[in-house]
Design a protein around this ligand. Structure first.
Ligand code: CAA
Ligand code: NAD
Length: 292
């Protein structure tokens, strides 16, 4: 284990994976956090899409006078985009937001461990995967933590912080302070499958999919019950499409494998949608259809 003092101030943040979550995290780190942000992904197409998405989101805030045009420009000037993982070597904190797959995350954490400064913190935005196992893949398990943002990151106030079995108090405190600097409310969860948020959310979404699968109601009616009957901002099927059906399935599989309890078994209709490539809003089709 590498023993070093943690950085007092987080100046440079690396974000890996520039999909819907990574681009939102990069945006709030640059705008609210006023950090230098290096965004890494595997294709230029995805990095271009992320840059455009961040610009358009910041523009919406300017048009609502939530931020000024000058603050938008300053935030954009703090962002750099790269395909080169080595570009992250000077980061004080790296937040991983790649696909919800433990093997891919472990491979990335091992590469980052060799590349980053000894004192750097390695955080994961995972929805469900064991922080303790990700930490064990590195030589700095005390500096590995879950920093779980909610989608859409610029609008949602919560960050769930997950302490792995080896996470140090100093790492936890640094990440909690960083979350607060972003204007978020933080909560702490211990490291068990799905943490607090998805332990509760995913069984509800899965049950809604079972209700559709069993023909209890139409997709529209199931969502209307939860929107108008329970005052949820989105119905569970629309929310599943919004999160990504591949991500929902991956989270349910982590819950099912982790607790070995049949209550978490993914609905066969969800599995079939993912097999067909109907991943929700990001592919234009899931339980509903979307303009791409
Ligand atoms: N940046 C800036 N502005 C944005 C934005 C973004 N990324 N996304 C939306 N907006 C703006 C819209 O332009 C819109 O502005 P106007 O009012 O000027 O039109 C405003 O925010 C509201 O958006 P919409 O009108 O499109 O829709 P809405 O009123 O339904 O609000 C929402 C959108 C905040 C997403 C709301 O539907 C909502 O809260 N949905 C539930 C979200 C949720 O549950 N998230 C958690 C998912 S689970 C998770 O994240 C954890 C996990 O591990 C899976
Ligand atoms: P996404 O599919 O939108 O984006 C994933 C990005 O990671 C893509 O741009 C992809 O090119 C990139 N990527 C894949 N492998 C990579 C690698 N080895 N190196 C660098 N980049 C790589 O996914 P998302 O919805 O942004 O989810 C990302 C993570 O955040 C997942 O762990 C997910 O569980 C978690 N999360 C998702 C949500 C949500 O609502 N979608 C909410 C909270 C947390």
């Amino acid at each position: 284990m590498i023993e070093t003092a943690l950085p007092q101030k987080i100046k440079t943040v690396g974000v890996i994976g520039s999909g819907q979550m990574g681009s939102g995290i990069a945006q709030v780190m640059a705008n609210e956090g006023q950090c230098q942000v290096i965004v890494q992904d595997i294709t230029d197409t995805q990095l271009d899409r992320a840059r455009l998405g961040i610009e358009s989101s910041l523009e919406k805030f300017v048009s609502k006078s939530t931020i000024t045009a000058s603050e938008k420009e300053k935030a954009l000037s703090r962002l750099t985009f790269t395909r080169d993982l080595e570009g992250l070597s000077q980061a004080d904190v790296v937040i991983e937001a790649i696909v919800e797959d433990e093997a891919q995350k472990i491979q990335l954490f091992q590469a980052l461990d060799s590349l980053l400064k000894p004192e750097a913190i390695l955080a994961s935005n995972t929805s469900s995967i064991s922080i303790t196992r990700l930490a064990t893949a590195t030589r700095r398990p005390d500096q590995v933590i879950g920093m779980h943002f909610m989608n859409p990151v610029p609008l949602m106030r919560l960050v769930e912080i997950i302490r792995g079995a080896q996470t140090s108090d100093a790492t936890y405190q640094t990440i909690q302070e960083l979350g607060q600097k972003l204007g978020k409310v933080t909560v702490m969860s211990h490291d068990y499958p799905g943490f607090i948020s998805n332990r509760i959310l995913m069984p509800m979404i899965n049950e809604a999919i079972f209700a559709l699968f069993e023909g209890i109601g139409s997709a529209e009616d199931i969502d209307t019950v939860m929107k108008l009957g329970m005052n949820h901002p989105m119905g569970p099927l629309q929310l599943a499409d919004f999160i990504g059906l591949d991500t929902c399935l991956a989270i349910l599989n982590v819950l099912y494998d982790g607790f070995r309890d049949p209550k978490y078994r993914p609905c066969p209709l969800l599995v079939q949608k993912v097999n067909a490539g109907y991943l929700g809003k990001k592919t234009g089709r899931g339980f509903f259809e979307y303009a791409k």
